[in-house]
Design a binder for this molecule. Sequence first.
Ligand SMILES: [Zn+2]
Length: 476
Amino acid sequence: MSEIFDTVIGLEVHAELLTDSKVFCTCSAKFGGDPNTHICPACTGQPGALPVINHRAVEFAVKAGLAFDCEINRYSRFDRKNYFYPDLPKAYQISQLDLPLCINGKVELSTGTVVRLNRIHLEEDAGKLTHDDYNGESLADYNRCSVPLIEIVTEPDIKSAEEAAEFVAKLGQYLKYLGVCDAKMQEGSIRADVNISLKRKGDEKLGERAEIKNLNSMKAITRAIKFEEERQAEIILSGGTVEQETRRFDDNQGRTKPMRNKENANDYRYFPEPDILAVTFTDEDIEKIRATIPALPKERKEKYINEYKISEKDAEVLTSEKYISDFFEDTVSIYPQYKNVANLFLTEIMRRVKETESEEIPFSPEDFAEVVKMADKNTVNRNDAKDIIRTMFEEGGKPMEIAKAKNYLVVEDNAAIADFVETMLDEKADLLEQYFAGKQNIFGFFMGQATKGLQGKATPRSIKEYLETAIEKRKK
Ligand SMILES: [Zn+2]
C-alpha cells in the first residue's frame, strides 16, 4: 500500500450452504420467512433435544474443499465453541476445531498471488438480533440458527484490498458453480472477517493485527481494509503500537471501530461435541463426491482460449457464471462456430442478463444457435439478427417465425441486383475510370452503396459476385 509498509491480510469467509434443511435438525434453511417460523427444539437449544447431522451439508463442504485443492480429512470431528450471546440460545456453537473436514487448499489470484487455505470447516450459523434503539429493546429471530455454514480460513497471503475483494469474488463464483452456495452477499450468504496488519518493508515480523468482523459486501471489504491500512500506519508512524482487537466497520462513516479485545481460542473452552459422531470417509466416498463437481471456471476458460480461440477477456466473461457458460457450451455444441456464437452472445445476451439479474435466458440454446447461423449464412442480415434476439428476449417466439413476421428474410432478387449495380456503374462512370486507373478502394465504395441499396434483397456475397463480373465487362 505504501512505500514504508506491506499489508498482510488473512480472511475468514463464511458461506451459507444451499441445503434444504439446517445442519443439525430438519427445519427449513431457507433465507427469510416470518421471524421464528423455521425453528424447533434442537436449533433453539432446548434441553434434551439432540442434533442430527445433515449429510448433504457435509458433502457440500467436501465439494468446496475438493474444488480448492484441499486435502479431505478421512476422520473429522465436531466441537462445541462455548459463548454466551443471545443470538445462539444453546450458548455454544457446534463447529470444528482441530479436525476440520478440509485442510491445505489454495486459490490463485489474477495478480499471481497464491492464497493458501488453512482449512474449510463446517459449522452452524447463529440467529439474527435486531436492536431497536428507539424502544430500547432487542428482537431475536432464530430462523438462521443452525443454517449450515462453511468457514474458509486463509493464511495471511493477501496483500491488498483489491486482492481481498478478488479472493472473495472468486470464492463466490466457485461456490456457485458447485451449487453449494448462492453467493448472495446482500442476503448474507457470504460474509468475511478480515485480519489485517502492517509490517515495515523488509521486516520478517508481522505487526499486531486487527480483526474486522462481518463484512458483507465487496465495497465494505475494500473500504474497511483501506481505512485500516491508514489507521495502523498512522499509529505506527507516530510511535504507537497497534492493539490486537476486534473491530467492526461502520458503513455510514466509512471507518472501523473497536468492538472488544480479541478472544483467544481458549476463551471459548472448546471441547468435542458429544452428541455427534465423527465423520469418516473412505477414498471411494471422496471420489463419489468429486465426480459430482462440474467443470470449473479455470478449466472452461482454458478450453475457450485454446480450443475455441476466444480472447482471454471474452473467455473470462463467458465463464463468469455457470448458467452463462453452460448456455454458451450448449449453443456451440449445436453450432460450433465458436467466435460467431461468442460475439453475438457477448453483445446481445450478456448485456440483457446483466440488466435483469434474473439468471435466466428466456430461450433455448437451439434457438440462439439458429439465429447465429441465420446471420452467418446471410439468411437475415446482422442487424436484423440482433433484433430477432431482442424480440426473443422481450416477446418470445422462434427465430424463423420472427424473421418472417418482420420481413427480415433476405430473398435473393437477381433482377434487382442487376438493375441496381448497372445503374450505379452508369451513373458513376467517372469513379469506375479511377478504379481502372488503379484506385482500388473504389470497389469498397461500390460494394457499400450496393449493399445499402439492396438491403433485404440480396446477400453481400451475391452482390460482390455480380459487381465483380459487371466491372470486368466494362473494362476496355
Ligand atoms: Zn430446527
